[in-house]
Design a protein around this ligand. Sequence first.
Ligand SMILES: Nc1ncnc2c1ncn2[C@@H]1O[C@H](COP(=O)(O)OP(=O)(O)O)[C@@H](O)[C@H]1O
Ligand SMILES: [Mg+2]
Length: 244
Amino acid sequence: MSAIVSINNLHKSFGTNKVLNGVSLDVQKGQMVAIIGRSGSGKSTLLRCLNGLERIDSGDINVCGHDIHHPDKLNLRELRKQVGIVFQSYNLFPHVTVERNITLALTTIKKMATAEAKKIAHNVLTLVGLEAKKEAYPEQLSGGQAQRVAIARSLAMAPELMLFDEVTSALDPELTGEVLKVMEDLSKQGMTMVLVTHEMAFARKLADVLVFMHQGKVWEMGPPDELFTNPKTAELAKFVSSEL
Ligand SMILES: Nc1ncnc2c1ncn2[C@@H]1O[C@H](COP(=O)(O)OP(=O)(O)O)[C@@H](O)[C@H]1O
Ligand SMILES: [Mg+2]
């Protein structure tokens, strides 16, 4: 196995607020790593550090061959082509079609010909089950469909790593399932992914590694079943019982 993400002793503060307090974590190619933990434990900040959205204070992070701790040498544009990130709010461009939402970055950032970009849009929309919606505008989509388009848009860039930050948290329960299904399919096709989630059943069933964050640290980490059935710390035990 080879590590796509390698984090060593990462520290990050906002002013006097120590948000990440010595995080070390590796993600191997093809793995699904799920991060759980209470609000404010640093989960989103950790994800944002992985694609250069936050400047780190100290520590080493290597993502897809890029050293994130050397901001001067870091090629952010290359990094972000290789690392897709999807958030809770899907931020589709409201004034263009679903298809154009997807082709936009391909024709501008990747300088791809329109025909080729459309082919990719077709492929990724098929993957998330929304090829029929390519002419639709974002406001005509349900929240679940919009989130699937956001995922498709990210996939169109052919990332090596996908980051998902609570992508189902804003969705009604009946729409959550369709988004989780897309993530499950992606994982089964071999995509490496790190996700922050409240979907405990999903994380337990599908994650290769479960990470419990607490106070800016990896408090516990291991096979999901083990963490759920046999938490070693009082903090995880409490968290697990509160999520049931
Ligand atoms: N851009 C920011 N500026 C200042 N403080 C921030 C910023 N982003 C996050 N924080 C703080 O960092 C802490 C961890 O936040 P976050 O990483 O969002 O946690 P989680 O995703 O686990 O809820 C919180 O105390 C939050 O207020
Ligand atoms: Mg968060």
